[in-house]
Design a protein around this ligand. Structure first.
Ligand SMILES: Cc1ncc(COP(=O)(O)O)c(C=O)c1O
Length: 371
């Protein structure tokens, strides 16, 4: 059996080695390392895949969020409502821009933004709501957009973990991150569509924001050395775009394999009362960026250490909710997010996890609970 990893990028590379090597060597030979033709072709390939008008690539998923708030013209003193049980990128960029993050609870079953808690957090300074499509499942966008429209707020979707997830309600449908004003994603290597370094992208159907986003990501210039606005140096490099162009046609298959692995885990753990398995929601497909369990009456560290002793890595996404992080704390109290942070644990999931490896993981999870 191959050693088990949370994400097996080596096996994936070996599977696509000839295409990958050709793409990388091709772009090195071409030597247009910044904004080379692969960058534009990747943007248009991804736009076509997602059915969104504009894809603006950038240096990483964190920058993508910063660019989104900058393009929308948010300013110091504005407030943006974000989930507390999520990754750190959102509060980080908001605080860097002088914008106040206001944290909202998540649903304890889906881990997604609890839209029922949104309205009580809206103040005259609130300018946007930023849901996170966490672990691979789209947030309840229909309800979030209804509230945003009622209060005249922007919606920025953080889709770093959900590229390829599809949302469908009676009011809106489409790919996660392409449902609201501006959406973002990350191509960090372990993401569902990962490059071989850092990368990210911003999505919008709005022409004006697209032009601004493109300028912002390239030093605020529309033409070389003509700086219209203050921007960033945040560009996806040509080599990463070449790699992403090889992987994009396989994204659907990668995501289906992840779903299959998750369903296999869910079936295997069905009768273990100590594990609460992830649910599939009615309005979104799930691309299982992470397979995250909630532990019920189990000491997480014991479970983690036992699995590690058997060569099975696990991760805790996330051990501290954002409103409790030293860097972003604001005194709010959010018991559901705080409770989840104590109970969650993620098992290895990736398209390359084979039956033998997964059966081994399942066997040892069962053994732990029998003991
Ligand atoms: C939900 C979420 N948002 C944003 C990011 C930031 O992406 P990057 O690491 O590419 O900056 C991540 C990365 O882990 C993420 O998981």
């Amino acid at each position: 059996m191959k050693p088990i990893q949370m994400v097996d990028l080596q096996s994936q590379y070996i599977r696509y080695k000839s295409d990958m090597d050709a793409a990388v060597i091709g772009s090195m030979t071409e030597a247009k390392f910044i904004q080379g033709p692969e960058v534009r072709s990747f943007e248009s390939n991804l736009a076509e895949f997602l059915g969104v008008k504009h894809v603006i690539s950038c240096a990483n998923g964190t920058d993508a969020l910063q660019l989104a708030f900058m393009a929308l013209g948010l300013k110091a003193g504005d407030e943006v409502i974000i989930p507390s049980f999520a990754y750190a990128a959102l509060p980080e960029v908001l605080l860097l821009l002088g914008i106040k993050p206001v944290y909202v609870e998540v649903n304890s079953i889906t881990f997604l933004m609890d839209y029922t808690a949104l309205e009580s957090l809206i103040t005259p300074n609130t300018k946007a709501i930023a849901p996170v499509h966490l672990f691979g499942c789209a947030a309840p966008m229909k309800q979030i957009l209804q509230i945003a429209r009622k209060h005249n707020l922007f919606v920025v979707e953080d889709g770093a973990q959900s590229l390829g997830a599809q949302y469908c309600s009676d009011e809106i449908e489409g790919f996660a991150s392409c449902l609201a004003d501006i959406g973002t994603t990350s191509f960090f290597p372990s993401k569902n569509l990962g490059c071989y370094g850092d990368g990210g992208a911003v999505f919008t159907n709005n022409d004006e924001w697209a032009t601004t986003l493109r300028m912002l990501a390239n030093h605020g210039q529309i033409k070389k050395y003509h700086h219209q606005i203050i921007g960033l140096n945040s560009r996806l490099d040509t080599l990463q775009a070449a790699i992403l162009n090889v992987k994009l046609p396989h994204l659907k298959e990668f995501n289906l394999k992840r779903l299959n692995r998750a369903q296999r885990y869910n079936e295997a753990f069905e009768n273990l009362s100590q594990l609460i398995t992830p649910v599939l929601t009615d309005d979104s497909s799930h691309v299982f960026h992470q397979y995250t369990l909630k532990l019920n009456g189990v000491v997480r560290e014991d479970f983690k250490q036992y699995l590690e002793s058997k060569g099975i890595p696990t991760m805790v996404y996330y051990p501290i909710p954002l409103h409790k992080q030293n860097a972003y704390a604001n005194g709010q109290s959010l018991p559901i997010s705080e409770g989840l942070a104590e109970k969650v644990i993620s098992l290895p999931i990736c398209p390359e996890l084979d039956n033998e490896q997964q059966d081994y993981i399942i066997e040892h999870v069962n053994t732990f609970f029998k003991a």
